[in-house]
Design a binder for this molecule. Structure first.
Ligand SMILES: [Zn+2]
Length: 360
């Protein structure tokens, strides 16, 4: 199974929030809502918190030991008392992790009705929340509690949010809900009021720069600036720049050809093993260039492909590009979870082709 666990852990600027979370533990809180700016590692903190809650020998500061069986199962993405709930289209891409009640969406057909596709790729649906109710009523496997991490919480559709509300109103025994959002205003007030809200602060610039330097990023200042001050997004950008030249050329060729590359060719040419984070970063920059080219004629990341970008901009619909951008952001947000990287990439390239088709 492809298992890419690239989520940075124990981010230094979360220390203050971590201490606050420990006092919540003493109060036996069953639902925490982590909120704050995008790209500062809220989901990473959510994972740290989930792992600590399931750790069988936690440290004095409440952190996970990262050595016990519970911790190892968490790192491997296979702890039986942990659930990570994410939007349906990405959940369906997880190998061997069929989501109860989900349609088979592993390879969205080109002719698929657009509204259906849009719903599937963006939302956390009620079937996923109902599956949680089942999960939360059986005895835990390892004798401890159970943890449910749900991100991004604003992706819950109205029906799913209602079902979750019922769970939060009558919380199952020994169950910790961790919700993560960077759009607090988009969550129903009823959900917010059932959770303890914990604001996750963005790091000071100097802390972010030091952390990026510690990740081996050559030019932390440039990376942080390009990512609008969000260090995790900056790390992705910098990693993407280091994509293997052969794979980079292959992806750029597929992107430049737009809808000239057919589905069979895309499936054939993507290698079995692909570094997902770096590949997604390339697609994201391509998408930004297309959107920039459409808006102002400017190309920031791929000046050598300016002519192709201009041609593709003329063929693509703006709303299609924005939907693709959303899908890329979601894929990046979920990349720490075991995903079939090749299938994720193929699906996103097919969706990109559809942007081109949309004006035909
Ligand atoms: Zn442990």
């Amino acid at each position: 199974m492809d298992c890419e666990l690239t989520l940075p852990r124990r981010l230094p600027w979360h220390d203050g929030t971590w201490a606050a979370l420990q006092t919540l533990k003493q109060r036996n809180v069953h639902a925490v809502l982590l909120h704050g700016a995008r790209g500062i590692g809220k989901k990473s903190l959510g994972f740290d918190l989930a792992q600590a809650a399931l750790c069988e020998q936690p440290q004095a500061d409440g952190r996970a030991c990262r050595q016990c069986t519970g911790c190892v199962l968490m790192e491997a993405g296979s702890h039986p008392d942990f659930r990570f709930v994410l939007p349906a289209a990405l959940a369906a891409l997880r190998p061997g992790h069929a989501v109860e009640g989900e349609d088979d969406e592993e390879a969205p057909a080109e002719a698929e009705e657009p509204d259906k596709h849009k719903r599937a790729s963006r939302e956390i649906r009620v079937e996923q929340v109902r599956a949680l109710a089942d999960f939360a009523t059986v005895a835990t496997h390892r004798g401890g509690g159970r943890v449910i991490l749900l991100a991004p919480a604003e992706a819950l559709n109205a029906v799913a949010a209602n079902a979750l509300l019922k769970l939060l109103e009558e919380p199952p025994d020994r169950t910790l809900f961790i919700l993560v959002t960077d759009a607090l205003d988009e969550l129903p007030p009823t959900i917010r009021s059932r959770c303890v809200l914990v604001r996750v602060e963005a790091p000071q610039r100097a802390v972010a720069l030091q952390w990026l330097a510690g990740q081996g990023i050559e030019d932390p200042e440039a990376a942080l600036a390009a990512a609008g001050g969000a260090p995790l997004a900056a790390l992705e950008l910098a990693k993407g720049a280091a994509l293997d030249p052969e794979l980079r050329a292959l992806l750029l060729d597929l992107l430049e050809r737009g809808d000239d590359a057919d589905a069979a060719e895309i499936a054939r040419r993507i290698p079995r093993e692909v570094p997902l984070a770096a590949s997604l970063a390339l697609l994201q920059r391509w998408c930004w260039d297309l959107i920039g080219c459409r808006a102002s004629g400017s190309v920031r990341y791929h000046p050598r492909q300016q002519a192709s970008l201009a041609r593709l901009t003329g063929k693509s619909a703006s709303d299609g590009l924005w939907r693709w951008s959303d899908a890329l952001v979601q894929a990046q947000a979920s990349r720490e979870h075991p995903l079939n990287a090749r299938l994720v990439l193929e699906t996103l390239l097919l969706q990109y082709r559809d942007c081109m088709n949309s004006t035909h």
